[in-house]
Design a protein around this ligand. Sequence first.
Ligand SMILES: *Cc1c(COP(=O)(O)O)cnc(C)c1O
Length: 725
Amino acid sequence: MDHFRAEIPNHFNLPRRIRKLANLAYNLWWTWNPDSQRLFSRIDPILWEKTYHNPVQFLRKVSRPKLNAVTHDRYFLDFYDRIMRSFENYLNPEKTWCSDNYPELKNKPIVYFSTEFGLHETLPIYAGGLGVLSGDHIKGASDLGLPLVAVGFLYTQGYFSQYITEDGWQEANYAHLHFEELPVLPIIDADGNLVTISVELSGREVIARLWEVHVGRIPLYLLDTDVPENSSKDRQLTSRLYSSDLDLRISQEIILGIGGVRALRVLGYNPSVWHLNEGHSTFVNLERACEMVAAGHSFEEAQEKIRDSSIFTTHTPVPAGNDEFPLWLIDKYFSHLWPELGLNREQFINLGLQKHSWGETFSMPILAINTTGQYNGVSELHGQVARKMWSFLWPERRVEDVPISHITNGVHTTTWLARRLRHLFDRYLGSEWIEHIDDPRMWDSIENIPDPELWAVRRHLKRRLVAYMRERARNQWLNDNVHPVQIIAAGVLLDPYILTIGFARRFATYKRANLILRDTERLLNIVNRPDRPVQIIFAGKAHPADEPGKLLIQEVYRCVKKADNGGRLVFLEDYDMNLAHYLLQGVDVWLNTPRRPMEASGTSGQKAAMNGVLNFSVLDGWWREGYNGTNGWAIGEDRDMENPELQDEADAESLYDKLENEIIPLYYKERSSDGLPGEWISRMKESIRTITPLFSIKRMVSEYTEQLYMPSINNRSTSGKAGGK
Ligand SMILES: *Cc1c(COP(=O)(O)O)cnc(C)c1O
């Protein structure tokens, strides 16, 4: 990186005394330090909301008198100095978890590839769980001091924003992002020229620019093909996530994989470990093989070396969810490559060959398994499912011996924890609690928090959620020309003082958003009881090409619009990380009803738990490991059922039964001494105490380091090569 820079532009015209706000704006550190967000919002709270918490746009737009005003405000300046000190200390630590535990990792870069990164709502380069996990992974790596660099895409249109018609149909809006208003920096060379790389796509050269995002101490490099040298069609290659057009999709994956390696080389990196998060970036291994073959190795030798230094994490428990391409597309994009690798067509195709009853395809996860050395799923149950699903690649082994391990997902605590709870933890868990997030014993101190204080914060967070929803509904009413019933569906009749259940996730059919609607009469009885009312908030996007997912949204929306639920069922449009914060922090119960075992892990319930929200979920993914009988509730039993119809029936019965007989009575059961729901609060503390350390990103990233990164570095990977290849 000596001669390349990602320079912070000098376009803000800030008063000298607070000019370092620009550095803060361009480092996403501020996203997980809520006090530093207050620094911006104090200057102009209305503009801060209007710019959707985007400090770069905010600093470009804020008026000079407002900036001048704070430079005369002693309190503001003290606050500013305190935040800047902790920011600078973070960037230049004396020691870190990594320097203490793995000093040998110094100067051994680990590169992490993903198609999406969910870091903050203003950078909409993520679709959902996978992206948020990638974002949390690099934030966690930053906290631990790992020498990690990440590679992904800067999509020019980002993921879509969602709008629901009066009839409940999801419409997608794509905005064109203005990069100069985002916390991304172009990488330039010594002469100030943009740094680019190129890849060959079916006979033509496609150019991609390089961008950098500072995520604490970690650089995230993003590729984007929207440059004048490319044809107008190629300029759009990186405009959106997850196209269903396979030609476009394979082109993107070639740019990410092959272009990603070239970007790292241009920037001067020689990574020691290559971590492929999901199969989309597996073409990385082909580019690395080309490099080695060009340097004189045979393909077999190259394959061996690549295996020793690479890791593949799978997230997909259903065969149909995997990334596969028809063979003609492989011919179209790779026929020039196999001679370079010293392979013939058949040998090349065999690297990713998937045989179906109806024909053959090229599978990205199979390519990943054949070319990386270590594989993992993302929860214990998902590990089992993945071993079974891929066991055909190891015909000589028993399913239990298939070498796919698991590391259960976790979440970046300080990104997801409400500011007020963080202050409460600062007070009662000891000022160093963040250093010990993954230590279960430290969390025993949760008992020190007086019930009334914890409950007061919970009530505040729910009022904040309801107020926010009403403001959104008001804006819709003012600006969007919607039908009045849509305003009711958006939550204006919500009550900030009653039991509130949240259900927010991608609308894929296996997530069964409609499970709770199965017996409408029973549900209406539950929500409308005058003495113990309940309200339910739904949110989530369906993939724009997923018609069944969109029909599911419509089914929920039609139910939400009916007068007989009294405005107690609500659908919130445009679920993203911002809305996720309000919901996960504001509701009382977090509902999750996937059809087991299709939820590889899930993470939203982990975010909810640390905020004192109780999980009520099918024993799938992480919850099967997190549930201990007293820290939330389980829907159904710890087993899979053969017949999905019977499973739905049984799970719905279990859901209504627990809701009516356990959850609602417990919430409304007040202690005579102080009128608080004492048993509910105990369960809440039990949930925070047991779940927060175990499902923290710190536990997760340290496991990746110990179990996968270090063995790769020491070339000790227990290479579980797929058989027969
Ligand atoms: C955490 C999160 C997800 C993933 O949650 P699941 O539990 O997998 O449904 C998806 N979208 C957003 C915006 C999130 O914050």
